[in-house]
Design a protein around this ligand. Sequence first.
Ligand SMILES: [Zn+2]
Length: 392
Amino acid sequence: MSDVKQKLVVRNIGLLLTGKLEAPIADGDCVIAIDGRISAFGYEKDLDTEGATTTVDAKGVTLAPGLIDSHVHPVVGDYTPRQQQLHWIDSTLHGGVTTMISAGEVHMPGRPKDVVGLKAMAIAAQRWYENFHPSGVKVHAGAPVIEHGMVEQDFKDLADAGVKLLGEVGLGSVKDGKTGKQMVDWARKYGIQSTIHTGGPSIPGSGLVDADMVLETGTDVIGHINGGHSALPDDQIVCLCESCTKGLEIVHNGNERAALLTLNTARELKQLDRVILGTDGPAGSGVQPLGILRMVAMLSSLGNVPAELAFCFANGNTARQRDLDVGLLEPGYAADFVLMDQAQHAPGKDILESVSLGNLPGVGMTIIDGIVRTERSRNTPPAGRLPEVVDR
Ligand SMILES: [Zn+2]
């Protein structure tokens, strides 16, 4: 007990969401985290709440694992050159996102495309986001975009230096499935995860990646299967869902009809566990601080998915697909949470019905590594009830 530096108790929780498709709601009203890790959850009367260093009275609101944006394009700190915007990550935290995954730092002005330069930038980006978490948000970055001329040793060098992700295949000079597969295989051999740009060109200078190239390349995640922005034809999207078992990433900056097609196909295949969500921001459409919540509400309402399952697309599914220690209500996992409630005057008998009718919830608090990071969101509609820190 004396070794515990930090103990968080969140009590009086109205609804516990788990991030687990197989059991999206847990019994209980209390979560305990010690030194930034979930240690227990359940009913307060059954738990050891002694010695808390921070106590949160949830006031009956819903607690879920913090949301994960599976597809962002960060560059440096909390600034994006794409739309010359400051504090977009902080704004996104106010939308319940506590973890972001880079699909390449492609908006860096003057981004190096020679092999030594792209490796150096990837390693530096991995470091600067490991060393600095904007407003506490965990940004997994340092995702090099593969270019012709890379050899196996380059992927070993990157992995040895701490790089764990590839940026979207197809954004660089490698635009054929054969070369893509070779490099993705090298990356995988050294423990680097991969994703791909699926669909038409995003901005001038980028290119088309069709279903044949996606399947041949075989990345771990089918990046923005609903396009970023232009989607593939319907038959190719269905083919991608049916022909492999990779993650099906749906993004906010994509085609919403194609998003619903992907969701419906995954459901027919009984593979909703493959569905994960991203924004693809910052993008030509700007940054969307509420993008992940909007995807949850859109897929729940138009895709007829119960809200408690749609939230799993935004936390637990991504954690499992990408092997992260966040996104699930489970002892040992990081104590990253979003506390939210039905928005004021939003229709529905409770938060879940309200979201299933297409409404955003109101975020009342975010917690990362057991530390309260934000209180009432400045971006969501106001929540009906607000949690409160009662004792720090
Ligand atoms: Zn893309």
